[in-house]
Design a protein around this ligand. Sequence first.
Ligand code: KG4
Ligand code: ZN
Length: 389
Amino acid sequence: MCVDEADPGEPRHAQPDGTAETLRRVPHPAPRTPHPDSQLVFLALETTCDETAAAVLEGPRPPRAGVPRIRSSVVASQVGLHQRYGGVVPEIAARAHVRQILPMIDEALRRAAVALPDLGAVAVATRPGLVGALVVGLTAAKALALALEVPLVAVDHLEGHLYACQLAYPDREVYPCVGLVVSGGHTSLYLCRSPLESTFLGGTTDDAAGEAFDKVASLLGLGYPGGPAIERAAESGDRTAFALPRSFLHDDRLIFSFSGLKTAVLYALHGQNARGGAIPQDPSLVGDLAASFQEAVVDVLVAKTRQALIRSQLKRLGVGGGVAANSRFRDRIGAMAAELGVELFIPPPALCTDNAAMAGIALPKLCAGQVAELEVDVTAGLIRPARGA
Ligand code: KG4
Ligand code: ZN
């Protein structure tokens, strides 16, 4: 980005120290004019947290609407790098993205048998996430969009998690639906009118469901990431062994809380008012606690989603995010949807956890004319639409 002090008519961006920076607007390249009937092949990038991911998708060329087909999708996990710290270390994540982003792009193109000049757009998740991590994906996407003279599309990671439902069921109408995002950073219910129009219905007041899985796994000595480890440990456990709290279960409001549940697991392990303690060595205790904890999380997720469905009277449910990979959750949410006569859209586990294909939501964005300026920035936090009724 060039700084041009001589141009007072250009946008001024407030800096954290209160000063303003004047930017010279970089013109967006004029798109080339391909045959209108040809398909649009585009690249999608994801670097919001600790997965470096790239995908190639193909769909009808906008303004023709349609659902893109995933031609390739590759993910470089950073789990090995963060494991010893028990969670994601932002600077380590950003540096790993720097190392992995170009190899991942190469690999996605190779698997899709596509060359750079075949790309008609570049999509990238620009929010929410870790700033240093987001910047790596966005910078790579900008460079490619500029060099290839194709549109850049900035996508929202959470909208992407829900759009993964549409990618997984390309021949069915997913929207309008109730959308549940259950990930490491979010546990939120939405009323989704279309891929790009949603109203926030309610979410967690403290920890996200995935975060609770990660913290409880750490208490149980199961390592990071916690979700898959708890799921494995729970297979041999008794889910009725411990009566753990289910916050807001009988409350009318669409809100969640998981921090008390995590504390209850701590107390069950080390006694009331404990602040910590040794990792338990008894596998049957670990299994029982894992299973009881998992059941408590699933009970609340299913009950609140049921409430949202009944209140909205919608007959479609879309679910996304890493926790939606959990088999017990999938069984229980499926049973609830069947009981209400609701169509459930839940992607296969690889499309629930972070991936770049979900940035395929770029296609409806392009149809809606939502092309990003080359000076677009990342946003760390959630941009939350107005709360619904
Ligand atoms: O969507 P995601 O991959 O990344 C974020 O956007 O946060 O979700 C990651 C979260 C982690 O907290 C992880 O422990 C959890 O999803 N997770 C699971 C499972 N697989 C991943 N939680 C429960 N059961 C699983 N099988
Ligand atoms: Zn995610």
